[in-house]
Design a protein around this ligand. Structure first.
Ligand code: SF4
Length: 249
């Protein structure tokens, strides 16, 4: 990164975007007809990016600002997948021919809560409804605490080629304070499993400014992260906005 950009923005509290329009800007003033019209108006031949949101997690991280619901059961996830498949059908039918896809991103929530069979089915459906190419990037956000070797194999078979691992901090005190206890060994095992199944483009998400965090613990986390050789490390500033947190179950 250029030093001038760092200097300009290092003190700023900037939002980051995983999807556009961002969630706080969703409103009922935009309905299905607007959405259909926008989809039908896409220039022919232009490629699109698909974002698939899986709004479920097994437990709540206290810093979380993402739309998610805590569930211990698989039923709500399966119901969501039924609706998602219908949404994929509806969106794809707005274009006269299969839209070319440059990127697919599975975010959440915890996308890997989807079982292996369901994930494979979803990818088959997406490939049938949209035009994938060899260059299509398929990325999945991973929670290493609940990531199995079977799921890593599934992602490899499904053609996933990028993974983004939520790490935040390796400091046990910080992890306890944010309700996200995740050992270095769990993160390292997830990385090894992903690489073992051909998913070599790996990103780590870290956060600074968390409760109980010190400069020294940030440095130690960064060094532990770098030792696992991720291709990219994304570092976010913690924003304390309890009004945004959504705890629903
Ligand atoms: S930070 Fe990620 S894993 Fe934690 S509750 Fe939020 S969406 Fe779920």
């Amino acid at each position: 990164m250029q030093t001038s950009i760092l200097t300009k923005y290092r003190e700023a509290r900037l939002p980051w975007y995983t999807i556009y329009t961002t969630v706080p800007d969703f409103s009922t003033t935009v309905g299905a007809e607007d959405y259909e019209e926008w989809l039908r108006g896409l220039p022919a031949g232009d490629s699109v990016s698909l974002y698939v949101h899986i709004p479920f997690c097994r437990s709540m991280c206290w810093y979380c600002g993402f739309p998610t619901t805590i569930t211990r059961r698989d039923g709500p996830v399966l119901n969501c997948l039924t609706v998602l498949r219908e949404e994929i059908r509806l969106v794809s039918e707005q274009a006269p021919q299969a839209l070319p896809v440059s990127d697919v991103h599975f975010g959440g929530g915890t996308p890997t809560l989807i079982g292996p069979a369901e994930f494979l089915d979803l990818m088959v459906l997406l490939r049938r409804r949209f035009a994938f190419s060899k260059a299509t990037a398929v990325a999945v956000e991973i929670d290493p605490r609940a990531f199995t070797a079977e799921m890593a194999e599934t992602l490899g078979v499904a053609g996933v080629n990028r993974a983004s691992l939520g790490v935040q901090s390796f400091d046990p005190k910080v992890q306890k304070a944010i309700n996200r206890v995740q050992s270095e060994a769990q993160t390292a095992a997830a990385v090894e499993n992903l690489r073992g199944h051909g998913i070599s483009r790996i990103n780590f998400d870290l956060i600074f400014g968390l409760p109980k965090q010190t400069v020294q613990s940030c440095v130690q986390t960064a060094m532990a992260a770098v030792a696992m050789r991720p291709n990219r490390v994304a570092v976010f500033g913690y924003a304390h906005i309890p009004s945004v947190i959504r705890i629903s179950a």
